[in-house]
Design a protein around this ligand. Structure first.
Ligand SMILES: [Fe+2]
Ligand SMILES: [Fe+2]
Length: 145
């Protein structure tokens, strides 16, 4: 069986997070699936900002990386609102933010990952997607005071 590439694993995580948000939008009682999606998205952003974007930046993809960092900062504010108990309107906002953001990442940045993040680093990051934990106090770059 073919090993899943890092890009494929990240795209799968995009879909899983979308599904968690949709479950809450469809049934606002399903707060647990929303909370799981929020946690997963924070960790996803952590992995991108700490491990992928520096490598993509070093490979010359500076402009798209800056756009992605700005998107993350905006999404992080929505995640904070959701953690503080915000309802479906914030959820819809997050869905729209993700729709645009994920599309850009998948079209522009993820196709470069095979080249820019080689094995065994890619394998370590896939393992992190399976079971890694974001440092508890970590905050995305553009959300720092
Ligand atoms: Fe991202
Ligand atoms: Fe992503």
């Amino acid at each position: 069986m073919e090993i899943e590439s890092l890009a494929m694993a990240l795209e799968r995580e995009h879909r899983e997070i979308d599904a968690g948000i949709e479950a809450f939008t469809a049934e606002p009682g399903a707060r647990e699936s929303l909370e799981r999606a929020v946690r997963a998205l924070r960790r996803h952003i952590y992995l991108e900002e700490e491990f992928l974007f520096p490598a993509l930046h070093a490979a010359g993809l500076t402009a798209p990386v800056l756009v992605m960092l700005r998107d993350h900062g905006q999404m992080w504010a929505t995640l904070d609102a959701l953690d503080a108990g915000a309802g479906p309107a914030s959820c819809r906002r997050l869905s729209v933010q993700l729709l645009h953001h994920n599309l850009k990442e998948e079209k522009i940045l993820y196709p470069e990952l095979d080249r820019v993040v080689p094995e065994p680093q890619a394998g370590r990051l896939r393992a992190f997607l399976d079971s890694g934990e974001m440092p508890a106090e970590w905050v995305c770059l553009r959300a720092r005071a």
